[in-house]
Design a protein around this ligand. Structure first.
Ligand code: UDP
Length: 327
């Protein structure tokens, strides 16, 4: 199957491109390299371009005989989204609308969309099921939720078959620890702690130690990038017989910021300075998933549910790439 991977040079998109190649599919990367890395694309077919370029999208979809689209190209920082909301609506919503329009014109129906646990805002119940109220508390979550609604209505016309996959905290390095996380600037917890352990940062700051959790720090549900990508493959298959799929993707077990720090300490075998800082705006205290629906309907079973394994792969990748990707 020929699958267009929008954002295929990014962290999750490059891992997905790798997995599709392994499975004998034909991924074609579409990326503007605003954030992605050329090295991460490897030898996959590449179209360099922007999702705002409607003609390029239509031509790419038609000329390359694309059969399905996976969409990972988005702005992903909650704090930044609060500072520049219009930019998040432009990149995450308007560009996705453009992509769906191009798909409709080219007659392509299958679409797998990267959504997020941020659509739930501050959830009233933990663990979170797909039915929990959607009430995003920041522009990032809102922009993703708006896309989900757009997909819902478009699927009702019979011209779109889509899967919205709501990620919890994706982490680790995939492709046998060769495809890692390299955001610039980096804001994610695990890569930042690893850099502290490598001596490439002075310290790691804990954002908030007075949350209503056992150790006072935020609890998140971490999921290995390999398991996350496998769920995309299963969802893509299921679009043969379904027009609307919505799944949480997480392990269901929560780890606090302090627990993640301890895990990195153990795996790295190195000590580093930890400081306590103010809460970060927009952070709910606890986010853990109920992913029973994906397991039941997709037959998805995470193979690397232990935080140690996720951190080990990330630790290896960062040590193999102390300066990140070369480009
Ligand atoms: N966090 C932290 N220090 C950091 C970065 C993150 O304490 O330097 C916390 C953050 O407040 C959140 C958790 O770690 O509670 C996970 O944050 P991350 O940005 O990795 O993912 P998010 O949950 O925002 O998707």
């Amino acid at each position: 199957m020929r699958v267009l991977i929008c954002g295929g040079a990014g962290y999750i998109g490059s891992n997905m491109t790798f997995l599709l190649t392994e499975k004998g599919c034909d991924p074609i990367v579409f990326d503007n390299f605003s954030k992605g890395h050329r090295t991460a694309v490897r030898r996959a077919e590449l179209v360099e371009g922007d999702l705002a370029d409607y003609d390029l999208l239509v031509n790419t979809l038609k000329d390359r005989n694309i059969e399905a689209v996976m969409h990972f190209a988005a702005s992903i920082e909650v704090g930044e989204s609060v500072r520049v909301p219009l930019e998040y609506y432009r990149n995450n919503f308007c560009n996705t609308r453009n992509l769906l329009q191009a798909m409709e014109t080219a007659g392509i129906e299958k679409f797998v969309f990267s959504s997020t646990a941020a659509v739930y805002g501050r959830p009233a119940e933990i663990p979170i099921t797909e039915e929990c109220p959607k009430d995003p508390i920041n522009p990032y979550g809102q922009s993703k939720w708006a896309v989900e609604r757009m997909c819902h209505y478009q699927s009702r016309t019979g011209r779109l078959r889509y899967a919205a996959l709501r990620y919890f905290n994706a982490c680790g390095a995939g492709g046998n620890a060769t495809l890692g996380e390299d955001h610039r600037p980096e804001s994610h917890l695990i890569p930042l702690i690893i850099r502290a352990a490598m001596g490439r940062r002075d310290s790691i700051s804990i954002f908030g130690t007075d949350y209503p959790t056992p150790d006072g720090t935020c609890i998140r549900d971490y999921i290995h990038i390999d398991d996350l990508c496998m769920a995309h493959l299963l969802a893509l298959d299921k679009l043969d017989t379904s027009s609307e799929l919505v799944y949480n993707l997480g392990n269901g077990s929560g780890y606090s910021v302090r627990q993640v720090i301890e895990t990195v300490r153990k795996i790295a075998g190195k000590d580093f300075k930890v400081t306590e800082a103010e809460r970060r705006a927009g952070d709910p205290p606890v986010l853990t998933s109920d992913a029973a629906k994906a397991k039941k309907e997709l037959g998805w079973e995470p193979q690397k549910p232990e935080l140690e394994e996720m951190v080990e792969s990330a630790w290896k990748w960062h040590n193999d790439h102390p300066n990140g990707y070369p480009d």
